[in-house]
Design a protein around this ligand. Sequence first.
Ligand SMILES: NC(=O)c1ccc[n+]([C@@H]2O[C@H](COP(=O)([O-])OP(=O)(O)OC[C@H]3O[C@@H](n4cnc5c(N)ncnc54)[C@H](OP(=O)(O)O)[C@@H]3O)[C@@H](O)[C@H]2O)c1
Length: 361
Amino acid sequence: MALKVAVIGATGSVGKQTLEVIDRFPDKFVPTLLVGGKNVELLQILGKKYGCSVFSPWLHGPAELPLDKLESSDIMVYAASTVDYLNYMSHFLGLGKPVCLSTKEIIVEAWPLIESFSGLIRPVDSEHSALWRIGAKEPGVKSIYVVGSGGSLRDRKREEIENATLDQVLSHPVWNMGPKVTFDSAFLINKSMEVIEASHLFNLRGEQISIVIERTGSIHALVDFVDGSRNVFFSKPTMLIPIAYALSYPSILPLDEETVRQPGDALGYRLDKPDFDRFPWGKLGHYALELGYTSRMAFSVADEIAFECFKDKIMKPSDIYDFLVKAIEDYRAISYPESITEYFSLRHDMIEKMWKEVRAI
Ligand SMILES: NC(=O)c1ccc[n+]([C@@H]2O[C@H](COP(=O)([O-])OP(=O)(O)OC[C@H]3O[C@@H](n4cnc5c(N)ncnc54)[C@H](OP(=O)(O)O)[C@@H]3O)[C@@H](O)[C@H]2O)c1
């Protein structure tokens, strides 16, 4: 019997690739509910194509998701660029059903509220999927490496980074992703988010996690064990592999993607330390880990605002750095919310306060 799949963020980059995996294995998966945002036209086309329910706030207003469709699904893919559906995700997990989670903002911001379901959460972010596959959840892990390709500004000088245009920032050399994550990648903010994500998902301390750069996007993660051994994960830079793995775990689907080069070429890959002088944003994940859960949440919320401000030319990259550091520090002493309702209330307050600060700049 095909697994019934609910896709939150079906019209986005990861959402569309999820549907591509589903299309390749129609005997294994069938979409039951597709949730999208502004791109209502595409959502309706997809709904017709799969003969399934669709939901968008731009189509249905502030109505609720069709809960019966959600509850009758076997598995959820959460790939929306918003945390708004956290309560639905938590409800789904509460039914004992697995969630393939791409939206790293949820893992960074809301981990204490979903941690009890960690056995049902399957990472989709490519680095974390790779870490999962090569043993980061197993006993005996010493340290791990979150690998990045360096983002769109990787070859730019400090002054060029400071004056980068939106077009330059959104031209990723390796990955074709949605705008917010591409912006985050350009400044290594994405790697900072991923350090926090890895710490939460694999229960590791900040000092056990390092960022490394591999320019071709062929190495996604490394795990070092206490016996001195090291696992490395190679694959083409495609999201199809992590999405398919999360959907089909523990089995591996015959995606037949081309293997990256030949194993004999492995020594030709180069791993570099990130240049934190040019990319100081890449250190903020460790800083937020040090200062606690509410600081991590504030970092992610502030980053959402920073992206808007960068697009509107209100903030330059150095302003973004100061803004993110301030957010992390401002919330260090604030206790973390105890429920999803309290989380959304704190999030709302953070957003209001941060926008006030922006307007005062
Ligand atoms: N893209 C990648 O390769 C990649 C890799 C790793 C992790 N991720 C993570 O996956 C998440 C999604 O990234 P993406 O690149 O796929 O983003 P994206 O292309 O911008 O897509 C975002 C999706 O969320 C939907 N959405 C936004 N607001 C919504 C709302 N209020 N209600 C319902 N749907 C809403 C969008 O709908 P509309 O387009 O219809 O507005 C779209 O379907 C991010 O957290 C990102 O960090 C992405």
